[in-house]
Ligand binder design. Structure first.
Ligand SMILES: [Zn+2]
Length: 150
């Protein structure tokens, strides 16, 4: 009885595979495909590949939008401001020297963090089957705010 409906559901479930959130985010943070962990996730600094070169998983429909820069600001805001305040208590410096030290540190660490954090966000969306990662498009009616035919 290999053609029964329950068999197909089991086969589909096995083919679909599990998507552990932690593993997917960690693979994204490493800038690797969240599905296989082997293929590159980015073709340019912040441009993800359309499809994974190793497993073929589609990446073009991710929608990380503003979450990666928000997370960079959230994390670096605490680390940089905390670091500035702690060092300022020990070594109070003139404002021009403080700015010339901490402004470049802020810019460089933000540029270093944004790509892995964007990869982690894409990994999260893939694990949660958001925005087409579940094999179907988002329901347009979810975004219809009364602009359709009355
Ligand atoms: Zn892959």
């Amino acid at each position: 009885m290999t053609g029964s409906r329950s068999d197909r559901i089991i086969q589909y479930g096995q083919a679909e595979g599990e998507r552990p959130i932690g593993r997917s985010i960690m693979r994204g943070l490493a800038c690797k495909c969240p599905a296989c962990g082997e293929g590159r996730l980015f073709r340019a600094f912040l441009k993800p590949v359309d499809h994974c070169a190793t497993c073929g998983e589609a990446m073009f429909h991710h929608r990380s939008d503003d979450l990666p820069p928000y997370l960079v600001i959230l994390v670096l805001g605490h680390v940089i401001v905390g670091g500035y305040m702690m060092t300022d208590m020990v070594y109070p410096l003139p404002l021009w020297l403080t700015l010339s030290i901490w402004a470049p540190i802020t810019v460089i660490t933000a540029l270093l963090c944004i790509q892995p954090i964007k990869g982690g966000v894409i990994g999260l969306q893939w694990a949660m089957r958001m925005h087409g990662f579940g094999g179907h498009d988002d329901n347009p009616e979810d975004f219809d705010h009364g602009n359709g035919a009355a």
